[in-house]
Design a protein around this ligand. Structure first.
Ligand SMILES: C[S@@+](CC[C@H](N)C(=O)[O-])C[C@H]1O[C@@H](n2cnc3c(N)ncnc32)[C@H](O)[C@@H]1O
Length: 331
């Protein structure tokens, strides 16, 4: 952990100021140490360079979600060049320019694949938060970048000072919370007035097949041991991979073929990825204990509850929402 990160941190229990009470430094990094709240006295370890700012009690569902995604991200930890166009698709019309000079929070950063991109887009500082063991993969994947920081914590009780961020993005995370609104309500106050909030979320609209076939299976597989779920995902990936190669790859240059295929816009985007990545996407779909497929009105309600004025709500690939807005100046 870099020392300057302390300036943006707050106690997740009482929002008090945190002070560094023990530090084993290694160059500019604090590898091991402890943070303490000057208000309530709570103590939080720094382990393997990551401040572990977990709130006092975690619901079983939240813990399971974080553990299960942690298993995924620590096993599929690699960073691929295809992530850049994919991320830009998820956040558009917000683009690289929004990152320049900004202090940016990645809420639910997983293995940190977007932290590297946010830094490359010109962010001044990038902070990733995740609840589970994924933070160790994120820290490893960004250890060479001086302006990237990784924190373990719960985004519904975020360990950051109010109005400390210029831009918050959250990709594929808030629909996995028991109550997505809670994420918006907790994160929005971290933005400076006029700061930007970007979220990519599963849509209910356009996801008939997933709701009919994949979601009922997920309700079962989300309770199974993860090595077994990974094996089942591998079995699902084989026919999907064959369809990608034989149908969706040619459809990229043949619009009439694309018009006949289900989920063409989404699945054609997966064509450049290797088998292993498609396996990790199938695994990701099957492991989560909670997945909300959100109606347009639900997304609008979430932004309203956070006090974020929705500026763009785009139906991405006709099966997800790319939503962005600005925190009101009056709050
Ligand atoms: C589908 S993954 C997406 C990860 C990353 N945004 C990406 O696109 O690569 C969802 C992530 O959200 C994290 N997460 C879920 N609930 C969380 C919470 N309450 N606080 C912080 N992170 C959470 C999970 O641990 C997981 O890594």
């Amino acid at each position: 952990m870099k020392r300057r990160l302390v300036d943006w941190l707050a106690c997740p229990a009482c929002r008090g100021t945190l002070a560094l009470t023990r530090a084993v430094p290694e160059a500019d990094d604090i590898r091991e140490g402890e943070l303490a709240c000057v208000a309530c006295g709570a103590r939080y370890p720094i382990a393997r360079s990551i401040p572990r700012l977990l709130p006092p009690a975690l619901a079983d569902e939240a813990r399971a979600t974080a553990e299960r995604f942690g298993y995924e991200w620590t096993r599929f930890a690699e960073i691929r060049p295809e992530y850049e166009p994919q991320m830009l698709g998820w956040i558009a019309p917000v683009g690289r320019d929004a990152f320049v000079g900004a202090r940016v929070l990645d809420a639910g950063c997983g293995k940190g694949r977007h932290l590297r991109l946010a830094a490359a887009f010109g962010a001044k500082e990038v902070i990733g938060i995740d609840l589970g063991p994924a933070v160790d993969a994120a820290a490893q994947n960004t250890g060479d970048l001086d302006n990237v920081h990784v924190v373990q914590g719960d985004l519904t009780r975020p360990p950051f000072r109010p109005e400390s961020m210029d831009l918050i993005y959250s990709i594929g995370v808030l629909h996995h919370l028991p109550e997505p609104e809670a994420g918006f309500r907790a994160l929005a106050p971290l933005l400076v007035p006029g700061g930007r909030f970007v979220a990519w979320l599963y849509a209910r609209e356009g996801n008939g097949w997933v709701l009919a076939l994949v979601d009922p299976v997920r309700r079962l597989t989300s309770r199974l041991p993860l090595p077994l779920v990974s094996g089942l995902a591998w079995v699902v990936t084989v026919p999907l991979w064959i369809a990608l190669r034989l149908l969706y790859a040619p459809a990229r240059t043949r619009p009439p073929l694309a018009r006949t295929l289900p989920y063409a816009s989404y699945l054609m985007d997966l064509v450049p990825f290797p088998f292993r990545e498609v396996h990790s996407i199938a695994f990701d779909q099957l492991l989560a204990p909670v997945a909300h497929y959100m109606r347009r009105a639900h997304v609008e309600r979430c932004f309203a509850q956070g006090g974020v004025a929705l500026e763009s709500l785009r139906w991405h690939h006709t099966n997800s929402w790319a939503a962005s807005g600005t925190r009101g100046r009056g709050r």
